[in-house]
Design a protein around this ligand. Sequence first.
Ligand code: AMP
Ligand code: MG
Length: 398
Amino acid sequence: MLTYEEARQRILDRLSPLGVERIPLDAAAGRTLAGEVRAPGDLPPWDNSAMDGYAVRSEDCRGEAVLAIAGYQTAGGPDAAAVPPGGAVRIMTGAPIPQKCDAVVPFEDAEERDGSVRVRVPVHPRRHIRFRGEDVRAGERIIPEGTILRPPEISLLASFGRAMIPVYRKPRVAVLSTGDELVELGETAGAGKIVNSNSHALASAIVEAGGEPVLLGIARDEREDLRTKLSEGLAADVLVTSAGVSAGDRDLVRDVLAELGVENVFWKVLVKPGGPTAFGVAGRKPVFSLPGNPVSSLITFEVFVRPALRRMAGSTDPVKIPVKAALAEPVKKNAGKTQFLRVRIESGEEGYVARTAGDQNSGILRTLVLADGIAVLPLERTDFAAGEKVDVLLLYGR
Ligand code: AMP
Ligand code: MG
């Protein structure tokens, strides 16, 4: 049986980014840039004022000086004429520096009266000017291939006038829940029946991971229905199923996937919860069979499916970076499996503190609702002291 890390690596080894599409800049936040971007010009494009004040020739202002106001330069207004010796231009932040000027005196260091300005402080050349190209130089690589586009990257791309951006396509992820006990959301769950909550939980997790869910509903625990719906799912970029992969009499998902030509890469991982997770490929198409238990399906999605979707969406580092957190209390576990402990995160004097979010039984969904993250407790370890630092994967934007 594979360890958590081995299983995740087996998955990532099979995957590569999907194709590229060009989309409007305003739709690009959170998407992954396909290809690097080089600066088509300098930023700022010309020398401009960093303050509201007066553009001056610094040589005129070695001591206290009185300068004649020779013009007015607003941001976006017409260019003021070159400034003669002994002159100054009233200038606004962002406006181009008039010719012959080499510094700006802010309003607070000057006093304007009757068409002249008195400068009370010595002025150093280059003061309060933002120079052409000091932020970005033409031709420089400004955003590397595989970057997740965040508001700062959007800002940079917009400032260079880029309206359309090449990004990796979002993976379309088919979700199929299986089980004779399930009814759809909106239907009444009669005796022995429960609502199919996993499809909805997984769909929202897919959106969070940057994919596009395609809900295929419920397949009953019988071969014919499974065959029809699983083959439908194989038309998407990724297929995720829930339940029917344990050792029960009616756990037929893996059987039927094999009949449909899905090559089994692994079944069962040394993790808790989520042990029965299976992964296979239909050609290059990944198929994840997650356990049915709502807690297990979301946790195995987080640790196995999410990195896969990030990779397919073009991310160069698809595995979430854990944070270190000190355990608030001692924790015991059995050796032989990596345990995913649902924890709440608090801020302590030496950084994060992780406190158990409640009953860790995989039947208790409330504990996941209360959790900010999952602490990853290594396979071989058994006893953790209070204060010991462990890796925590923060969940859902925490
Ligand atoms: P199984 O993997 O089929 O043994 O299912 C494990 C547990 O998860 C059982 O208690 C199922 O009733 C429950 N379960 C399976 N599928 C779903 C689902 N789609 N939504 C909510 N609970 C489910
Ligand atoms: Mg079942």
